[in-house]
Design a protein around this ligand. Sequence first.
Ligand code: ADP
Ligand code: MG
Ligand code: ZN
Length: 483
Amino acid sequence: MHGYEAVIGLEVHAQLSTSSKIFCSCSTTFGADANHQTCPVCLGLPGALPVLNQNAVRCAIRFGHAIGADINRRSVFARKNYFYPDLPKGYQISQFDQPIVKGGSLAISTDETGYKTIGIARAHLEEDAGQSIHDGMPQSNVKSYVNLNRSGIPLLEIVTHPDLRTAEEVYAYLVEMKALLQYLEICDGNMEEGSLRCDANVSIRPMGQASLGTRTEIKNLNSFHNVKRAVQHEIDRQIAVVLQGGSIEQVTLLWDADSQKSRVMRGKEDSHDYRYFPDPDLMPVALDETEVQALSRTLPELPRHKRERFESEFGLTQTDAEILTQDKSLAGYFEGAVAVSHQPKLTANWVITELLRELKGLERGIDACPMSPHDLGELVSLIDRNVISGKIGKTLFRLMFDTGKTAQELIEAHNLIQITDSAKLEQIVNEILDQNDDQVQQYLEGKTKVFGFLVGQVMRVTKGKANPQLINEILRRCLDGRR
Ligand code: ADP
Ligand code: MG
Ligand code: ZN
């Protein structure tokens, strides 16, 4: 063992799902023609004045309530000065020493100990920058292009304390944060489309040391898996450097997903490099006490609570409860199905194994599921009450999924009701025994392995509709009758 531990802090940028931008009324809809959702404010034309979007403020307040943070009744927008072609004003409007949300925490699930609490230092509002486009344009070999549609979209930057210790914890934190933002309906959480972005700060220190080591910051992480890989790569790199007697330089790194490597982008800037100062065009944000209180009552049941309730109320395992609550719509779907089936565990199995697999195959989310929760609940109930076998259930499931028809409709159309009539089954069994004299003799001589073959024959003749337990019983009785 090398005797070092990693220390990681994350900065997550969440694009808030407001319909207009943070300081102007331009639309935030994704995918419009380049530079068509712009105005003097978000183009940064001189003299244009920003006006704060109250919905963005409400999103931040609700987020603060959800993580148990202090909501600062007075916060201040500041100018963060830097030059970049996609930042026409030459500064980004952000918050600095007086952010809207301070403190709070998020519990993440870990394998060994159940839960771990990650402290959140702050969350502040800021505007997004535009996008520079270097590839895929008519003259990309000689020009770079700028699209300012994204300029001015509201962001909530959420900064953790350096409480994370492994790449797995980082991953778990992102999963949990995404679920929380989605439950609150303040961000769609789509990392590939850029509505959730993450920078990771990584350092190492000898086990048992209290002070922090020198950190590096990794940028350009565009999927949860990339964050995990990049963090692990950086931990390994730093340990290797230190073990060889070197020291860590404080730099900003860019992750290259193709080569699975990072490269140095620039020396790390310090906050004084940005020359922050209060933006004279915007009043300090003074929150109305009644509204802050009222917003705390608009919170939905949050992912962790829902998960715990699924465990206690439905008796689900932690893993199943986690899978079902990671997505609010999926959790709703599951509850809708249970309301019909009254069989939480069996329903959870069907949702997790069959339904999620089919949806994945179609690359669809639960919102585009062709089978309603009610119909799935009914199917589970039919299986539970032995009206159809589990095997027929699977056939039926596929048919329902493909046609959108209900279980009842399909059972009638395809004559799929389970045969539970013993007299009828006994007749079928005897016919099969008559046709398979050799196997019957073998069985009677003690070669019980052929029993499985005979069960298979009954299944074949009944097209899987016979109740398997009943087949076993009757077959054994009829065979014994032939001794
Ligand atoms: P900056 O303003 O440079 O981004 P912050 O102090 O706001 O720096 O910290 C950014 C993130 O880096 C936070 O999540 C914080 O927890 C984390 N962090 C700070 N110091 C370290 C360190 N030595 N090792 C790992 N993470 C760190
Ligand atoms: Mg930073
Ligand atoms: Zn605008």
